[in-house]
Write a protein that binds this ligand. Structure first.
Ligand SMILES: Cc1ncc(C[n+]2csc(CCOP(=O)(O)OP(=O)(O)O)c2C)c(N)n1
Ligand SMILES: [Mg+2]
Length: 695
């Protein structure tokens, strides 16, 4: 059958379905061939799945891809991105701008697909949130998409619990994630699946492309476990569809998902990578390289497709999508808008909240009652100050929530005020999330919550940020306002020793573009750090907080902590504002250098102390401000930070000196570590004098 030559009116519904499926397949093959790069085999295999989900099931209005109650579709095997570009194109999904407005342009045009993987094309190599409308989360690093889907599912449950009212189901959307062998081999997916099972997230459905192929060949090489039994053990409902080309059976499985209560659904879909390619089907060769012109011709022949046609969208295909997802999505959104209008009339405050959070804005009074800490030489630990702030913010901002990877009592991140609650299967309104000891999944879930437009935080020891790093990087790439609260930020872990003492973490996290790192120097800086972070709408931030008490500086004597909003500020200055040496510090070293400053003043040395909690914030200040804090004529400079020294030369110059960590730490009481590693007043004074050549 040469379907493209048939008149649309002559096609049976099944033939029309097939025409659409084959359009996805051939667009994918042609795009990869044209780019001479990409992954054709999985789109060829999964076109029927993606077609069925999108055209028969998904509640998504292509006219408005950010409608808040839309179903979410995640392509966790992001290398198969042509699946997504094909359906976004064929459904006529509209582009949305940064102000959340549709702009009258398709999200992905046929021209974008022709320019797959080329600069500025809206069909890049992997799905990129923020770059292409209709992409719900960035995928490509295997495992991230499915793990993030758990955050989206938690987000939906939380939103539904808070905002739905009898007769007003404002939130009742589902989350579909498609993944392959790679995703399921990755630990993060297991962590997330375990938690999803525990939480009974019945709004979540993963479809596993069980094709037995990865890059190196058969999964027999490295992946022979019983995946189905594993998911049963996690508490998921496990279904199997034995033929990836059977649209009706796929649809039936999805219907079972809709009916399944109290547990997530896992559908094993047996498929053939490179389906239809006579020489490459079921081989790793179909995974990651163009099929070649001749093989494409043969595959097209097997689909009954015009062999020479390229980027062909036969007559009737756009219309069939318009009649399917287009009509269904538009109707669902229209009804929802009506419902929401009635809801707004009845529950104006709740409707107002939804509108605020959708725009990532904060409610009025979000920062009322933030603590102000009086001067205190004994002081308070960064983590304790943080705990107080978190408890205020969580009461002021209904949709601010989070938790720790089993370190709540140590991170001081537990929300303890009355009514805060624990998010569990029997309490969807709880604001304390218990991630268990799953740092990586925690960070992906935090991302998923931020994608749900909630304001989430996740916490652990700073050292274990390594376990979460891939997701932190994605938060930054996606421009999500996710917050990571890391405590035990330096040697303060003392006796726990080098396995628990971060050294290179600050430096390495500072390298992630767009990520804001903040290491506040005292309790009031902690408050100001939160004040800054909460106002971010499109950037993730992390806090590195001390375990041990830090003196609370006397802000009548020293500058206000509001300087945190500039990233670095002059905390204490030479009497005439004309310093001969500048000492820069962050976190626990700020009070140390303030002490040094007082000693130097008494000796007649004109020092300036700069507290620098955040390089990134400082770097974005106007040049004039930066020059006023670090005047270029003052070359004598010392930076003190209990972390790798890497990068500090940027602020101290090539002749400046940096007191930091050059080795791992050690297991000992903090005082001894401070002596051993040079974080004592005398050693800083010595460095200053060396800078001034006054030993
Ligand atoms: C974390 C991570 N590691 C490695 C890769 C490189 N990679 C891309 S696809 C792939 C194989 C994936 O196999 P599978 O998920 O079974 O996909 P299929 O070939 O069946 O589509 C690998 C190793 C990656 N994208 N992410
Ligand atoms: Mg595979």
């Amino acid at each position: 059958m040469s379907t493209a030559r048939l008149l649309v009116d002559d096609l049976t519904p099944a033939q029309l379905d097939q025409l659409c499926v084959n359009t996805i397949r051939t667009l994918s093959m042609d795009a990869v061939q044209q780019a001479n790069s990409g992954h054709p085999g999985t789109p060829m295999a999964l076109a029927p799945l993606v077609y069925t989900i999108w055209n028969r099931v998904l509640r998504f209005d292509p006219q408005n891809p950010i409608w808040s109650n839309r179903d979410r579709f995640i392509l966790s095997n992001g290398h198969a991105s042509m699946l997504l570009w094909s359906v976004l194109h064929l459904t006529g999904t509209q582009a949305v701008n940064a102000d959340y407005e549709t702009v009258g342009k398709p999200s992905v045009s046929l021209d974008d697909i022709r320019r797959f993987r080329q600069l500025d094309s809206k069909a890049p190599g992997h799905p990129e949130y923020h770059w292409v409308s209709g992409v719900e989360t960035t995928t490509g690093p295997l495992g991230q998409g499915v793990a993030t889907s758990v955050g989206l599912a938690i987000g939906e449950k939380w939103l539904a619990h808070r905002y739905n009212r009898p007769g007003f189901e404002i939130f009742n959307y589902n989350i579909y994630a498609v993944c392959g062998d790679g995703c399921l081999m990755e630990g993060v997916a297991s962590e997330a699946a375990s938690l999803a099972g525990h939480l009974g997230l019945d709004n979540l459905c993963w479809v596993y492309d069980n094709n037995h192929i990865t890059i190196e060949g058969s999964t027999r090489l490295a992946f022979t476990e019983d995946v189905e039994t594993r998911f049963l053990a996690y508490g998921w409902n496990v279904l199997r569809v034995g033929d990836a080309n059977d649209l009706d059976r796929i649809e039936s499985a999805l219907k079972i998902f809709h009916k399944t209560k109290d547990r997530p659904t896992f559908i094993v879909l047996d498929s053939h990578i490179g389906y239809g390619s006579p020489h490459k089907q079921d081989t790793a060769a179909a995974h990651g390289e163009p099929l070649g012109d001749e093989e494409i011709r043969l595959a097209k022949r097997s689909y009954g497709w015009p062999e020479q046609a390229k980027f062909l969208v036969p007559e009737g295909v756009y219309e069939h999508f318009a009649a399917g997802i287009g009509a269904r999505g538009a109707e669902a959104r229209r009804k929802w808008m009506q419902l929401f209008e009635a809801y707004r009339a009845k529950y104006p405050d709740l409707a107002g909240e939804i509108e605020l959070l959708e725009r990532r804005e904060l409610p009025p009074g979000w920062d009322r009652n933030l603590p102000v800490f009086p001067a205190d030489s004994k002081g308070i630990a960064g983590r304790d100050a943080s705990g107080k702030v978190l408890n205020v913010l969580a009461q002021n901002i209904p949709w601010f929530l989070g938790g720790s990877a089993d370190l709540g009592p140590s991170n001081k991140t537990t929300l303890t005020y009355s009514g805060a609650g624990d998010f569990q299967s029997d309490d969807r309104g709880g604001k304390n999330l218990h991630f268990g000891i799953r740092e990586h999944a925690m960070a992906t879930i935090v991302n998923g919550l931020a994608l749900s437009k909630l304001r989430p935080f996740g916490a652990t020891f700073f050292i274990f940020s390594d376990y979460a790093r891939p997701a932190i990087r994605l938060a930054s790439l996606m421009e999500l306002p996710a917050l990571f609260v890391f405590t035990h930020d330096a040697m303060g872990d003392g006796e726990d020793g080098p396995t628990h003492q971060p050294v290179e973490h600050l430096a390495s996290l500072r390298l992630i573009p767009g990520l804001i790192t903040l290491r506040p120097g005292d309790a009031n800086e902690v408050v100001e750090a939160y004040r800054y972070i909460m106002q971010l709408r499109h950037q993730p931030a992390l806090l590195a907080l001390s375990r041990q008490p830090l003196p609370t500086l006397d802000r009548t004597k020293y500058a206000s902590a509001s300087g945190v909003a500039q990233g670095a500020y002059v905390l204490a200055d030479a009497p005439d504002g004309n310093p001969e040496v500048i000492i820069i510090a962050s976190g626990s070293e700020v009070s140390l250098v303030v002490q040094v400053h007082e000693t130097l003043l008494a000796e007649g040395i004109r020092s300036r102390v700069v507290s620098m909690p955040s390089w990134e914030i400082f770097d974005r200040q106007p040049q004039a401000y930066r020059d006023s804090v670090l005047p270029s004529n003052v070359k004598a400079r010392v930076a003190v930070e209990q972390a790798s020294t890497s990068g500090w030369e940027r602020y101290v110059g090539s002749s400046g000196s940096v007191i930091g960590m050059h080795t791992f730490g050690a297991s000992a009481p903090l005082k001894e570590l401070q002596r051993k590693f040079g974080f004592e007043p005398d050693q800083v004074v010595l460095a200053v004098k060396q800078q001034l050549d006054r030993k």
